[in-house]
Design a protein around this ligand. Structure first.
Ligand SMILES: Cc1cc2nc3c(=O)[nH]c(=O)nc-3n(C[C@H](O)[C@H](O)[C@H](O)COP(=O)(O)OP(=O)(O)OC[C@H]3O[C@@H](n4cnc5c(N)ncnc54)[C@H](O)[C@@H]3O)c2cc1C
Length: 390
């Protein structure tokens, strides 16, 4: 029996097998064997999800061996990459061919397939999540076949699997829509929350990236803005907040302190009101929470299960240490998020059931219909996915 745990160590499982794959042939053979033996199969990338997307008693397959840039087209601004590539390994490799991701999240330790599985995003009111960058996918299905999908081939499979939750098959390759390499310069400063909220719309509108962390029971926020620059990279890069360099050098940060996290996306116009309600909750009731609240923006997209589906979005994240109780706190935050039209991040804590998810996502039944069509036996559904299925 193997042991597997996620990044925080909060989610632990002893699957019957922990496999690794290094080729598409291995991925397809494993998928077929699991299907024939009626075993559940879930892939894992960087293991950074807080939600139990990977855990099951049968088989977990580590896909990090499928790594690297396969091909690129500078004129079309696209590249095919192996799905298990860690985001940090793609930055310089894509830069060598003059391309870059238009945005990245807070860290770059996730695999590209794991990040697109859950709609991972950074901050920037004009910048979409990573799932929206997927223009082509190649995956190993439960019947042992390999299939390609894109906007011109198996179109519904592509639309559904851009944000895939690991539920369609083992993704082996992704084609990403990229942008020419660009340099960024970042700036951070502290500001009182009350003043910042008055100026926030203007910071968000006037900077490529804008985010802030608020420290509970203080009036202090740490604000960060990042903008494109023609100035040369400055090495050594220095600490977060002072860097000037290529996008993949400036966007990711170190987040070494183990925590759990709940994040909700709310309509952009309700962001500040929702933030104020969370602030009040912490001041009135959860007076021992020390972890900061993060506020970011996200452009609307057309990815079926995206939390920014057809609406400009603000994301608000609440955190707790891994040894600290979090459920009462998160449930109280969730109530506030839901009252503001919030949708939970797929890779983070939430307490919603399938019926509640269905009410939030207009393409919910389409997503499941397409998923079921390529995996009718449910080989790629683990207990969490069964708990939310229609
Ligand atoms: C410290 C930290 C910082 C974070 N920062 C951000 C942030 O800034 N923005 C944000 O949006 N999120 C953030 N997250 C959440 C994180 O980006 C997501 O949970 C993401 O899905 C993790 O990627 P991963 O490679 O670790 O995937 P995993 O957690 O390993 O897997 C996620 C899903 O992808 C599936 N999967 C992975 N690879 C494959 C494959 N090859 N084929 C099929 N299915 C596959 C898994 O089955 C699972 O369903 C953060 C998490 C942590 C712990």
């Amino acid at each position: 029996m193997a042991h597997w745990h996620n990044w925080s160590g909060r989610l632990k499982h002893k699957p019957g097998q922990l496999n690794h794959v290094y080729s598409e042939e291995q991925a397809a053979a494993l998928a077929l064997t699991c299907s024939n033996e009626d075993k559940t199969l879930r892939a894992v990338g960087g293991g950074h999800s807080h939600q139990d997307l990977v855990g099951n008693d049968d088989v977990i397959v580590d896909t990090l061996g499928l790594s690297g840039v396969i091909s690129s087209d500078k004129a079309a601004q696209t590249a095919w990459v192996w799905a298990g590539s860690r985001i940090f390994s793609l930055g310089n490799a894509l830069h060598q061919v003059g391309l870059a991701l238009p945005n990245q999240g807070d860290i770059d330790q996730q695999s590209i397939s794991g990040a697109t599985a859950t709609g991972t995003h950074g901050t920037g009111a004009t910048l979409k999540n990573l799932s929206s960058r997927v223009v082509g996918t190649r995956l190993a299905l439960a019947d042992g076949s390999m299939i390609n999908c894109s906007a011109s081939e198996n179109v519904e499979l592509w639309q559904a699997s851009r944000l895939h939750l690991g539920a369609f098959g083992i993704i082996t390759q992704l084609q990403l829509a990229l942008t020419p390499s660009y340099r960024l310069a970042e700036k951070t400063w502290q500001a009182p929350l009350s003043t910042l909220l008055e100026e926030l719309d203007s910071y968000i509108a006037n900077n490529r990236h804008c985010e802030f962390f608020w420290h509970p029971r203080t009036d202090t926020t740490q604000v960060k803005v990042i903008n494109a620059t023609d100035a040369p990279a400055q090495y050594p890069l220095g600490d977060e907040g002072q860097r000037q360099g290529w996008s993949y050098e400036v966007l990711p940060n170190h987040r070494p302190h183990k925590h759990t996290e709940m994040e909700y996306s709310v309509p952009a116009e309700l962001g500040i009101t929702c933030m104020a309600a969370i602030q009040k909750l912490l001041s009135d009731k959860f007076t021992n929470v020390k972890w900061p609240i993060e506020y970011r923006t996200l452009a609307q997209d057309d990815v079926w299960l995206s939390t920014a589906y057809e609406r400009p979005t603000v994301t608000i994240s609440v955190h707790q240490g891994i040894d600290e109780p979090d459920e009462d706190y998160y449930r109280a935050c969730e109530e506030i998020f839901l009252a503001h039209g919030g949708k939970p991040h797929w890779g983070k804590a939430n307490y919603l059931n399938g019926k509640e998810m269905a009410a939030q996502h207009p393409r919910w039944s389409d997503w499941w219909r397409v998923r079921d069509s390529v995996d009718p036996k449910g080989t790629f559904l683990n207990p969490y996915m069964h708990s939310i299925r229609p």
